[in-house]
Ligand binder design. Structure first.
Ligand SMILES: [Zn+2]
Length: 82
């Protein structure tokens, strides 16, 4: 799965079976959010995954990256807590 760094927006690929291990961004070294999404992060995570899949279908790796960013924005818009 992919996790986006909250500090520099770098997309980091981590193993799906990482469990509760917390990874650092390979670009800036900041801690990445936990792979297990809390309820408040679910919509953003879904948007990220959905956007990445959509972008990959459109334009390969670059499209996936753009799609992921768009997906995060969509996910944030979907949040109900404003
Ligand atoms: Zn980073």
């Amino acid at each position: 799965m992919n996790l986006q760094c909250q500090h520099c927006r770098q997309i980091n690929s981590i193993p799906n079976n990482a469990g509760n291990v917390q990874f650092r961004c390979y670009n800036c070294g900041a801690f990445l959010p936990k792979p297990v999404a809390s309820s408040s992060d679910t919509s953003e995570a879904v948007g990220l995954i959905g956007g990445a899949a959509l972008g990959a279908a459109i334009g390969g790796p670059v499209g996936a990256l753009i799609g992921a960013v768009i997906g995060v924005m969509i996910g944030r818009e979907a949040k109900t807590d404003g």
